[in-house]
Design a protein around this ligand. Structure first.
Ligand code: HEC
Length: 150
């Protein structure tokens, strides 16, 4: 009896942060409108993640305004101008789980949300990019407004 009570209160305590995370990560249409961290990311860190061949490895498939990078992919559209083609929310969902938009896509799900849309970040499997890293990459992509390098 005591143990059951203990477990019940433990579960209750764990439920609080999930509820506190509110609507973060909620998918609406083809977008995730709200920041996963509650704030804006850092574009310079985002750029570093994109070109990092251990982290994002985006240039395996994409090219873009990264003049210092000799090897860039041609399996996917150039990232140049991505910020003018898509809204912030659309880009966020594409980064998190592009297969939700196109099940055939070869682009990895960098921060997949399992099942229920409201499950808090601590409950998810370890994603390729953390919520903060997704927001950093996003901050950089939003800045890619024209075809030319920023
Ligand atoms: C294995 C290949 C691959 C990797 C790695 C990859 N992508 Fe993609 N990505 C694609 C393909 C292919 C598409 C085209 C749309 C589709 O497949 O649904 C795409 C689409 C996109 C789009 C929307 C297309 C547009 O018009 O700009 C963005 C933005 C994007 N990727 C960003 C990224 C970023 C940022 C990374 C790294 C964190 C990344 N991708 C890693 C293959 C990849």
């Amino acid at each position: 009896m005591k143990l059951a009570w203990f477990l019940a209160s433990l579960l209750l305590a764990m439920a609080v942060p999930v509820m506190a995370s509110g609507q973060a990560g909620m998918v609406t249409g083809d977008a995730v409108a709200q920041s996963l961290t509650g704030s804006a990311g850092d574009a310079a860190r985002g750029r570093a993640i994109i070109v990092d061949r251990q982290k994002g490895f985006c240039l395996l498939c994409h090219s873009g305004p990264f003049n210092e990078e000799p090897l860039q992919g041609n399996l996917a559209p150039s990232l140049a101008g991505a910020g003018s083609r898509w809204t912030e929310g659309q880009l966020r969902l594409r980064l998190m789980d592009n297969k939700r938009i196109n099940p055939e896509s070869i682009m990895p799900a960098y921060h997949r949300i399992e099942g229920l849309n409201r499950v808090g970040p601590v409950w998810r499997d370890k994603p390729i990019l953390t919520a903060a890293e997704i927001e950093d990459v996003l901050a950089f992509l939003i800045g890619l407004q024209g075809e030319r390098a920023p």
